[in-house]
Design a protein around this ligand. Sequence first.
Ligand code: COA
Ligand code: MG
Length: 290
Amino acid sequence: MNPRPRRAMLFMPADDFSKISKGAALDVDSVVMDLEDGVAPDHKDSARHTVAQALQSLSFGQTERLVRINQLNSALAEEDLRTVLPALPDGLVVPKVEDPNALSALSARLATFEREARLPFNTFSLLAIIETGRGMIALREIAASTPRLAALIFGAEDYTSSIGAQRTRGGLEVLYARSAVVAHAAAANLQAIDTLFTDLQDLEGLRADAAFARQLGFTGKLAIHPNQIAPIQTAFMPTQDEIAAAERLIVAFKERQASGVGVFAHEGKMVDMPMIRAAQNVLARAGRLF
Ligand code: COA
Ligand code: MG
């Protein structure tokens, strides 16, 4: 499996066509047009139509086109799906996921839509935001709820308010939650996307936070401003040296595989499956096929 890289995922309010068109031209891995908390209640309907219009009229290049819908099992989410799906986004970001059954029901509904519209199965991806105490303790079931799920996203702001923690710059209060999301994503073969960084002025702080997220095992991070894209994509992009080393290792592995050898020596080091998987991860993050 070689999933599309989602290093930086840029959010923008879905009722703001000019931000959507700006986001479409930035060559970011993913954009997320937000119908949930970024849009005032009395703008929801016009936001839905703005999203549909943007999907149908703008060119996004290689950028993945995602829509964050409102919370599942709400009347708002129903309306979101009705208006947005016919405009064919690449996937949906689902906020405050707590109930694995609601996610698998959504997946089934997407399958029905795909069948009726004669679209290939799994045309729409799903990405689940884990941002409540209930979501956190249901991680195992949520991660396994549907094969359509591509990523778990951690949302620190809602999470800390949901559990009554105090948000600090150091972020120790969310360390457990971040690592839990990474572990469950890894176990279910999903990407793990880290929470946003709210201080738009502090790009040094963002770089450090993204580097720490990478260190924890996240594969990408949310962005909320165009200036945040480059620092995030760089943090999650392997270096040229790492890419070249991973490519050499995979070539050597394929040669050994063809001759039926399991463990072998490569560039002076023993190589076994964990190192092959790590090299595959590096190439996946670099967007390389292998
Ligand atoms: N996506 C696309 N374009 C964006 C953007 C975003 N998230 N944030 C800012 N821009 C654009 C602005 O429209 C402006 O474009 P222009 O030069 O063509 O006028 C340019 O980038 C510079 O923006 P700036 O003036 O620095 O910021 P702002 O004051 O216009 O906006 C925010 C600040 C926080 C309101 C804005 O960044 C934003 O809406 N972020 C996303 C918030 C969101 O979606 N939250 C909910 C999900 S977590
Ligand atoms: Mg939230």
